[in-house]
Design a protein around this ligand. Structure first.
Ligand code: ADP
Ligand code: MG
Length: 686
């Protein structure tokens, strides 16, 4: 049967099967199609090609790597190195798929140290661009140059003059992928992405000198010289302003039953100020991303530093090669780690400690700990946790009354009970002592105001305290936020929902009264224009500002009963309590139903509440994701920070100070949602 009739028969079959509504035939894709699809995955943008080429140069033991880019990489990407070069006899298969010098057996993957191993990068580049390789190996008089298309050489390698190493040039990237070329042509930021990646490589591989420039430019945009000092490298690439505000950080773990790793790096201190987090992360010398770790560190910054600055982070994590699965992502951008959670937590602790130590004067803003006080606890990280050694907990308890969480651990997370480790932070002690004495000082009754009205109000609080709720507040375990307003708590065998806005309002009110007249004075450089501010406030409250005349306002001020001291102080305290209460952030919670608010096309102004960001919509047009990532990340940080503060600041302070009023038992502030005994009855029936 000739080709033509075969095609006719196939078409007839297809038409028939359509009529009969049969499943479509499965056929084998042509290899060139398969290869181009695969190549498009490996080389997604010019930056992916640059990263692969630089990694090849590093694998080749280079000490100098230079990158030249034209048209954001679409016209030309050229990477030259002084590495070991490529043998003449390997050139014919160099750009075939799955040809590599770095891996032979699958088991080698477990211990692989080189960055490449799939033998796919060069091949992919030849399917989506024109690749020319010039290389010379040691001891040769001349080098060779050869061009490739679709995995194969276009001609025999030609002898040529060459300096030590290899130069790989890709021209006309995505020449055969019109759609991708078009989207990339419209986006202006590929060159800056390339500069960013070279900057990252250069602060990690300090022994290698890197340069990166545009084809037409005489000056390089990144230029690093080999140095022994990481800080020098950071200074030369990211600038003095960044390097000045960095501190060294390290963490490690060598517990074979937990995690084994070593981390060292540099993180920004409290003086550093930036709108965007820069996180340069290397795991076993691979430049990777780990959003979980990034977020974990951002949360610590957001909660520890009063200034809402995003951090600069450089971290190098080393762990046994067999604990890293490098093969989870086609471009090796993400890796998966054994015991990732415990590693992240460990690093988070180290970062938190550094930040607190560097920022001791501001530590009290987040007042977290008072480990010496029974039933009260701040951050689990700074505290000796030893539930299993706690005598009160070793008594035999019927199983349906067995409480597995521990109010001594505010985090209430399970792994804390599975594994009890002594804290390894002797440096933390000074910090704890200062915090302890600060808390003690605040509890000192002498501090409260010497005013009968305040005393009466405080007595009212004591007299109106609900003893059952007091017990719950003192000894509950915080489990997590159930929604924007309610936190889930466990107390003995019961679960409660508690309204954190009401609780924090009340706590702040009580604290204001307790410390009345003992707040630090705030000296304003210029005295505040009180009369004007009062007018503003009154106008704001006025429902009908049009007809509010001065006389009215004066009358209103006169209405305040300045004679009734008790009433006056109570309202002031209540207003302050309301001001400092843990209201939900203004931006809607992105982890709930409100996520769609952050979709492109949503009217940002509706949710931004007057934030001024004039270029926002323009920037959005350039960004490719369907969500407004900048706003989304701002919201995520705000919510994460609030949750962190609820867990580590509000609850520990409540345990110490809150006297819950009787009204809270009935006004919906506390709602019991389950009791273990009853649940047991239900499960017993199952
Ligand atoms: P991989 O890096 O996964 O092995 P690549 O397609 O990136 O696959 O490269 C294929 C092979 O080409 C490498 O294994 C290496 O032997 C060789 N090679 C690529 N780039 C260079 C270079 N700059 N210097 C020396 N050898 C290189
Ligand atoms: Mg490679």
């Amino acid at each position: 049967m000739d080709d033509e009739s075969a095609v006719i028969i196939q078409e007839e079959e297809e038409a028939l099967s359509l009529q009969r509504k049969e499943p479509p035939r499965i056929h084998r894709l042509e290899e060139s199609v398969v290869n181009r699809i695969a190549a498009g995955e490996v080389i997604q943008r010019p930056i992916s090609a640059v990263k692969e080429l630089v990694e090849n140069s590093l694998d080749a033991g280079s000490t100098s790597i230079s990158v030249v880019v034209k048209d954001g990489g679409l016209k030309l990407i050229q990477v030259s190195d002084d590495g070991h070069g490529i043998r003449y006899e390997d050139l014919p298969i160099l750009c075939e798929r799955h040809t590599t010098s770095k891996l032979s057996a699958f088991e080698d993957l477990q211990t692989i140290k080189s960055m490449g191993f799939r033998g796919e990068a060069l091949a992919s580049m030849t399917y989506v661009g024109h690749v020319t390789v010039t290389t010379i190996t040691e001891g040769q008089l001349h080098g060779y140059r050869v061009s490739y298309r679709d995995g194969v050489m276009e001609h025999q390698p030609r002898p040529c003059a060459a300096v030590k190493g290899t130069q790989i040039m890709i021209e006309n990237l995505f020449y055969n992928m019109a759609a991708r070329r078009k989207t990339l042509q419209n986006s202006a930021d590929d060159y800056s992405k390339i500069v960013d990646v070279i900057s990252r490589f250069s602060i990690h591989h300090t022994k290698v000198s890197f340069s990166c420039r545009k084809h037409s430019a005489a000056r390089a945009d990144v230029h690093s010289v080999a140095t022994c000092s990481r800080l020098d490298a950071i200074r030369s690439v990211y600038g003095v302003a960044v390097a000045r505000d960095l501190m060294e950080v390290a963490a490690s773990d060598d517990d074979p039953s937990g995690s084994i790793f070593k981390m060292d790096g540099y993180i920004s201190n409290s003086n550093y100020s930036a709108k965007k987090t820069v996180m340069v992360l290397f795991i076993n010398d691979r430049l990777v991303e780990c959003s979980a770790l990034k977020r974990a560190i951002e949360v610590v910054y957001a909660a520890t530093l009063p200034k809402a600055s995003k951090p600069f982070i450089y971290m190098s994590i080393v762990l046994p090669p067999e604990h890293v699965d490098v093969n989870v992502h086609p471009t090796k951008k993400e890796v998966s780690l054994l015991n990732q959670e415990s590693i992240i937590e460990n690093i988070q602790t180290a970062v938190e400690l550094m930040l607190r130590n560097s920022n001791t004067s501001k530590t009290f803003h987040t007042q977290t700990v008072c480990p010496s006080t029974a039933g009260s606890l701040g951050s689990s990280r700074n505290t000796q946790l030893s539930p299993s050694k706690d005598g009160s907990r070793s008594q035999k308890v019927p199983v349906n009354k067995l409480v597995r969480t521990d109010s001594l651990d505010p985090s209430g997370r399970l792994h804390a009970y599975l594994q009890v480790k002594p804290p390894r932070q002797p440096e933390g002690k000074t910090d704890l002592t200062t915090v302890r004495s600060a808390v003690r000082q605040r509890r000192n009754p002498k501090e409260s105001a010497d005013l009968t009205s305040i005393q009466e109000l405080l007595n009212d609080i004591d007299g109106n305290c609900h003893s059952g709720l007091l017990e719950v507040v003192r000894h509950c375990t915080y489990i997590g936020m159930a929604d924007d307003v309610f936190a889930l708590l466990q107390h003995n065998t019961r679960l409660y929902l508690a309204n954190v806005v009401n609780l924090s309002k009340e706590l702040m009110y009580q604290q204001v009264l307790r410390r009345f007249a003992h707040f630090n004075a705030i000296q304003l450089s210029e005295p505040a224009p009180l009369p004007e501010l009062l007018m503003l406030a009154l106008k704001e409250e006025d429902l009908d500002p049009e007809c509010s005349e001065n006389d009215d306002l004066k009358e209103k001020i006169a209405e305040v009963d300045w004679e009734d001291e008790k009433n006056c102080f109570q309202t002031v305290s209540a207003a302050l309590g309301n001001f400092y209460a843990m209201h939900p952030p203004l931006l809607p919670n992105p982890s709930g139903d409100s996520l769609q608010c952050y979709k492109k096309g949503t009217k940002h102004d509706d949710i931004k509440n007057g934030r001024n960001s004039p270029n926002k919509l323009e920037n959005d047009a350039v960004m490719k994701d369907e969500y407004d990532n900048e706003l989304l990340s701002e919201a995520e940080t705000a919510w994460a920070q609030r949750e962190w503060t609820i867990q580590h600041v509000l609850f520990p302070s409540m345990r110490l100070f809150l006297k819950p009023p009787n009204s809270m038992a009935t006004n919906g502030t506390f709602v019991q949602v389950a009791s273990l005994e009853k649940l047991y009855k239900i499960f017993e029936r199952c």
